[in-house]
Design a protein around this ligand. Structure first.
Ligand SMILES: [Zn+2]
Length: 310
């Protein structure tokens, strides 16, 4: 039977850049790391597989104040529920994004150097070899028109990228039978998958972003209703079209800390998903699964999917 497959990605990044290197950044980081530990313990108690997309710069500055062992104890790369991947080194972009003139696109060469630096940080500090990438900010289209970028990803050992994260002019996107993970086979990269995200990027549930985008405050209840309705919509689509429907969320620990400090929204998401017979898998599982379905030779041979516990 067709089912709903939810993957939850946490873009783990703040503080980074100049702020990260100040006393204020240091205090912010301590609070955030304390919260991340609680978040991961909560996900463990919910039996929820998850993907943490770690920013190299965030991790590197954190490693000045925390030992590698301390950071590994928090982000827990050996936990079977845990999938740790890259969010680039510097939070860079490779296209212009309307409304974000502060972000200048990197050249293909500089982008590759940025990814190499991030991979090294993740390997040195957390001991992980990454194969998945979440693009910072994200775009309203995928990378089908950017073979140079896809070439970099292949060269650096990536098997999936999550780059299509928004609609024109909004940090959200809907779930449809078309807006689903796929490979880049049509442009010559059959071993590379795109995993688009669905729903609002959770930053919108924070006060700062509400102001920036001129929204009224949405808050925890609004967030809960949003994610629950997204899962209901996916369930309806899976029944109507007899097709598995993937829902991939774009969350941020720094935003979760504000809109879901007691994890009520997380519990509601997991409980509703369970009610509709859905399953939580990691982004890496999504990538492996769609390639297996398409018969790709590079899909991981073993199935790491862990069904959500009843
Ligand atoms: Zn980010």
């Amino acid at each position: 039977m067709a089912e709903v497959l939810l993957s939850i990605g946490y873009d783990t990044e703040k503080p980074y850049g100049e702020l990260a290197r100040t006393a204020e950044g240091s205090a912010m980081r301590r609070e955030q790391i304390r919260f991340d530990k609680r978040l991961i313990e909560e996900l463990d108690s919910l039996g929820a597989p998850r993907t943490f997309f770690m920013l190299g710069d965030y991790l590197q500055v954190a490693a000045r104040e925390y030992s590698h062992d301390e950071l590994r104890a928090v982000y827990n790369p050996c936990n079977p529920l845990s999938d740790i991947q890259s969010h680039t080194y510097s939070h860079c972009v490779v296209r212009n994004i309307s409304g974000r003139d502060d972000k200048k696109p990197l050249t293909v060469e500089d982008f590759e150097a940025d990814l190499i630096m991030a991979n090294k940080c993740l390997k040195d500090i957390l001991g992980v070899d990454v194969s998945g990438l979440r693009m910072p900010l994200g775009y309203d289209s995928d990378f089908s028109d950017m073979p140079g970028i896809l070439g970099v990803l292949r060269r650096q050992g990536f098997v999936y990228v999550s780059s299509n994260l928004r609609e024109k002019g909004a940090i959200r996107s809907t779930v449809t039978t078309k807006r689903q993970p796929h490979t880049y086979e049509h442009v010559g990269f059959p071993d590379l998958a795109e995993i688009p995200s669905h729903g609002w990027a959770d930053a919108i549930f924070t006060e700062d972003y509400c102001k920036r985008y001129g929204h009224r405050k949405i808050g925890s209840l609004g967030a809960r209703d949003h994610y629950v309705s997204l899962i209901s919509l996916a369930k309806d689509l899976s029944v109507k079209h007899e097709q598995d429907i993937y829902v991939s969320l774009c969350l941020h620990p720094w935003a979760v800390r504000e809109f879901d400090s007691d994890f009520g929204v997380h519990r509601a998401i997991v409980s509703h998903l369970r009610n509709v017979g859905g399953k939580i898998i990691t982004y890496s599982d999504v990538s492996n699964r769609i390639k297996r379905l398409l018969g790709s030779s590079t899909a991981a041979s073993q199935n790491n999917e862990i069904p959500i516990q009843a």
